[in-house]
Design a protein around this ligand. Structure first.
Ligand SMILES: Cc1cc2nc3c(=O)[nH]c(=O)nc-3n(C[C@H](O)[C@H](O)[C@H](O)COP(=O)(O)OP(=O)(O)OC[C@H]3O[C@@H](n4cnc5c(N)ncnc54)[C@H](O)[C@@H]3O)c2cc1C
Length: 423
């Protein structure tokens, strides 16, 4: 049962809201977290394929770079609460963590839910309630300077007054988890600018049947480039995967923001996969020449087996239009060139992207210009705070986004506590 008045109301029990609740704690004040879903942290529970990639080992500077230009906004928050502070915090809550490939930290148990349960326990120890199935539909300020929250608990509608409000309602990705972008309208009602939102860290769709033919194939240690009218826009080294309709995997997700932006003004964007990034064209040609000479009696298909994953062979044969039984000593210079180009510049056309339903994060959100980065307080509306994905920062995959949510949530919680105490 909600009380009519709270000192601090936090909207959303995702990672940002949960930590903001703990950090806002003050024994003399009434604090509540309002969560519209039936469970807390639904997105957090499925993060990292249910294992939760909590954070990353990287240095502060390269960490900030993972957020592009907007990373600067997070500098102060990270100076207060960064990767190792976060790990200690989670360990102190009773959840051990472990370091894996790529500097990524996970729960030792491989259960993201452990973190959610630990936060719930901590909040309960502090007597900070989480009101479930409690949907904030509107906020305004009354003449006494109090926030008035319109709240729906099932069929029951009520109003709650608050001195401070922190909006931690997340973005628009995976809406089934509760993140449906409602915080944007709440911010807008107080005059905030919402930077255009778009799905980010999202799989992309490709033309033709190439992806379908090699569906499920994962390519490691490849380099992928994006092209615009014959000019290379960007390139990234790493891992990708083919799906039924397109491509995904770490480098595709990371580059998806660029692809999504480019697709706004074009019907398709060309990408090229370099399957042999360790060799330049000249060195690869020399290697192909050697293979053809040293194995002259073998057939073309066996050469491909030594160069590419098995799943790609039929595709290569079709694209190259070379007889698979052709002996290597019969392969012409032109055919060798076509093979080299396909290995170094395997082309695909990106024609679209998955919807918010499959977007790991949302780009855009509450404008950074209107939030004080040292407190997370609105510059337009005193005592209104923002934390987590609702603000206009989004990063690459690798534990960066959760760190940003926890770090901004921590800072917002602390700032609300300090302001509450009048320190
Ligand atoms: C499948 C998937 C896997 C991911 N894995 C990782 C990972 O391993 N590492 C990583 O760093 N990042 C990962 N992310 C991203 C990360 O989970 C998010 O960036 C992070 O959860 C954002 O936290 P948040 O607290 O801002 O918002 P959310 O987690 O979206 O939480 C917002 C909460 O607010 C509630 N809410 C919304 N509106 C209202 C309202 N009007 N009234 C009441 N409650 C409301 C929602 O129900 C929700 O519980 C993943 C995302 C997805 C979708």
């Amino acid at each position: 049962m909600l009380e009519p008045h709270y000192n601090t109301v936090i909207i959303g029990a995702g990672p940002a809201g949960l930590i903001a609740g703990v950090e806002a704690y003050n024994p003399d004040y009434r604090i509540v977290i309002l969560e519209k879903m039936h469970k807390t942290g639904i997105k957090l529970r499925i993060s990292g394929k249910g294992r939760c990639n909590i954070t990353n080992e990287e240095s502060m500077q390269s960490f900030l770079n993972r957020f592009g230009k907007k990373g600067r906004f997070l500098k102060y928050a990270f100076s207060q609460f960064f990767n190792h502070d976060l790990l200690k915090y989670i360990n102190d809550l009773g959840v051990p963590t472990k370091l894996e490939r790529g500097g990524r930290y996970f729960c030792e148990s491989d259960r993201a839910t452990d973190i959610v349960v630990a936060f719930e326990k901590k909040l309960s120890e502090l007597n900070i309630p989480i009101a479930m199935k409690t949907h904030v539909t509107r906020i305004k300020k009354n003449d006494e300077g109090k926030f008035v929250l319109q709240v729906k608990e099932g069929q029951h509608e009520t109003q709650v007054l608050a001195d401070q409000v922190c909006i931690c309602s997340g973005g628009l990705g995976y809406p089934a988890t509760g993140s449906t972008g409602e915080g944007y309208a709440m911010a807008k009602a107080f005059g905030h600018t919402i930077v255009d939102t778009a799905p980010s860290l999202v799989p992309v769709l490709t033309a033709g049947d190439i992806s379908q033919r090699v569906m499920g194939l994962s390519l490691r240690n490849i380099s992928l480039s994006i092209w615009d009218e014959g000019k290379k826009v960007t390139e990234m080294f790493g891992e990708m995967m083919f799906t039924r309709k397109g491509v995904t995997g770490p480098i595709i997700l990371t580059l998806s923001e660029t692809l999504v932006t480019m697709l706004e003004s074009r019907k398709e964007v060309q990408i090229k996969i370099d399957l042999k990034p360790a060799l330049d064209h000249k060195k690869l040609d020399q290697r192909l020449q050697r293979e053809l000479t040293n194995n002259s009696k073998q057939n073309f298909k066996s050469l491909l087996k030594s160069l590419i994953p098995l799943k790609m062979i039929d595709l290569f044969m079709d694209l190259l239009q070379v007889d698979p039984a052709k002996k290597l000593h019969q392969v012409t210079g032109e055919e060798r060139k076509r093979l080299r180009l396909l290995l170094k510049e395997f082309p695909m056309e990106v024609i679209g992207h998955d919807s918010y339903d499959h977007a790991i994060v949302t780009s855009g959100g509450v404008s950074l210009k209107e939030i004080d980065p040292t407190t997370m307080e609105s510059k337009l509306m005193p005592n209104l705070y923002f934390a987590g994905e609702v603000i206009d920062v989004n990063g690459e995959t690798g534990g960066y986004n959760l760190t940003s949510s926890w770090s901004t949530g921590y800072l917002a919680g602390r700032s609300m506590r300090i302001k509450n105490l009048g320190v």
